[in-house]
Design a protein around this ligand. Structure first.
Ligand code: PEP
Length: 257
């Protein structure tokens, strides 16, 4: 694995200022765990406060608009989340694709805009249960990835692999307590790796981290993080409590080198 494991918490639509104590606890513990890179994506309303509260961990957004500014009531641009203290943005999460009709083209435009603003990207992809049962999961996920990546990623990767992280999140595993087998996760991560190498060459394509997301908990983290080509985890529900999230971070710390 080229980089340190990357463990990212996605708070989704959870959290008011009372949750900052969890962010603080995660940050304080992470200061002693340099083997792992830790980050949190709180809701927009807590980005600035979280950024002010923490010293070690990364802070990011869960979405941004593709436009730079203008008449988009209720939307937030990449420059705005950067200004609030975010260093990265999660794009293409299946809940955005489902709840807001985000297509691959929209995700690609958002990715382009966020990269141009100077944000790192966590790009999500993942299949439905129906697609997996039909035996089309790899074809679907790699197609989704290709269609969501703008051409500008290639140049950005020249300046550092941390520009892009891919998160494989099977939709049927998110928030359900169900997870794919380690063999299935490894097979999908290898297919994503092959796609990245084809798009960006051996060096840059191999250096991009691929996270697994979907019902990662302290008690299954070691097994899931040990799967081939898994460079960390994107964690929803279990990131809302410092105790649970740090259990996952500790599993990453204890992985064999
Ligand atoms: C997510 O939505 O990114 C996620 C992985 O959620 P959970 O960990 O709750 O399955």
């Amino acid at each position: 694995m080229a980089e340190r494991p990357y463990i990212v918490g996605n708070w989704k639509m959870n959290g008011t200022r009372s949750m900052l104590s969890e962010a603080r606890a995660i940050d304080r513990a992470s200061q002693r765990l340099m083997k792992v890179e830790v980050a949190l994506a709180p809701p927009f309303t807590l980005i600035h406060a979280t950024h002010k509260e923490v010293e070690q961990i990364g802070v990011g957004a869960q979405d941004c608009h593709a436009g730079e500014e203008g008449a988009h009531t209720g939307d937030i641009s990449a420059a705005m989340v950067l200004d609030a203290g975010a260093k990265f943005v999660i794009l293409g999460h299946s809940e955005r694709r489902q709840d807001h009709g985000e297509t691959n083209e929209i995700v690609r435009d958002k990715t382009e805009s966020a990269l141009a603003a100077g944000l790192r990207i966590i790009l999500c992809c993942g299949e439905s249960e129906e697609t997996r049962d039909a035996g089309k999961a790899e074809e679907f996920v790699t197609g989704q990835l290709r269609a969501s990546l703008p051409a500008s990623v290639a140049a950005m990767l020249e300046s550092g692999p941390e520009t892009l992280t891919v998160a494989y999140e099977p939709i049927w595993a998110i928030g359900t307590g169900r997870t794919p087998t380690v063999a299935d996760i490894s097979a999908m991560h290898r297919a994503i790796r092959a796609t990245l190498v084809e798009l960006y060459g051996e060096d840059n394509g191999s250096a991009v981290r691929i996270l697994y997301g979907g019902s990662v908990k302290p008690d299954n983290a070691t097994e899931l993080l040990s799967a081939d080509e898994v460079g960390g985890a994107l964690v929803g529900g279990a990131s809302l409590s410092a105790e649970n999230f740090l259990g996952i971070v500790m599993a990453a710390v204890d992985l064999p080198e």
